[in-house]
Unconditional design. Sequence first.
Length: 300
Amino acid sequence: MNRFCWFAIIALVATSTFAQEKSAASKKKKMPKIPEGVKVIRDIEYTSPNGISLKLDLYLPEKPTTEKLPVVMWVHGGGWKNGSKDNCKAAFLAAEGNFAAVSISYRLIGSGKWPDQINDCYEAVRWVRNSAKKHGLNGDKIGVWGGSAGGHLAALMGTRPFDGEEKTSSRVQAVCDWFGPSELLTMPPNTIGEKRTRAMVEKSNGALLLGKTVMDVPDLANDASGLHHVSKDDPPFLIMHGELDPGVPLEQSQKLHDALKEAGVQLEFVIVKGAGHGGKEFQTDTVKAMVRNFFTKTLR
């Protein structure tokens, strides 16, 4: 092999190594900053359905405490096909020493179909209860909080009982639902209309989640809708929705609010003025205080 070929190979290897290092550095930079006063235990495997490793991150106060900490579980959004547990909105609650936070992964579209996603959430709650003694947690006080698709799953964790027998309960004691779909049958991307053909609906996230369009499997769509599981024994709810949300209509949260209110469930409903589907309006100190106060009232 001549000298030119050797130089070419060395250059190719060096370029590949540099690209990998750059990619790794880029990923490292994207990791959200941990709030001051918080320590995190990352990538704890809590279950492995069909050999798929599902992990969670546990956020704890840095300062040791003898008190068993209530837990707030964060469920990420991303249309059930994207998103990551890395950006835990609930982490700030652990900074004050009054809560622990858990951020979970779950099977996304492509790895599982309904009801795999909610079953993973139930399993995460069981992990918290079964691991409570080891980590100084209060397994009797678990709240759940999610945004968008995560809000959809959080609402179901509060309304839809586990279908089957379980040695450890998966019921939660409080739910914070940020702009989650509550009724898949009436979500615009899942319905045929003036601007959406059946072929387009078949590619919607709702259809991919269920395996078929909501029109083809209405019972399954209702099973995946918190609105259709509301009962008087549901835990307290805090529902927050952007006034101008273009992704999940405000009506989705209004319907869930009305059903919970009619059932006599303790709840708060906050319409965030000027907000869309999440965004900076949901990151204000005022909004954080509302969330903190809700979990303080319901879990402490």
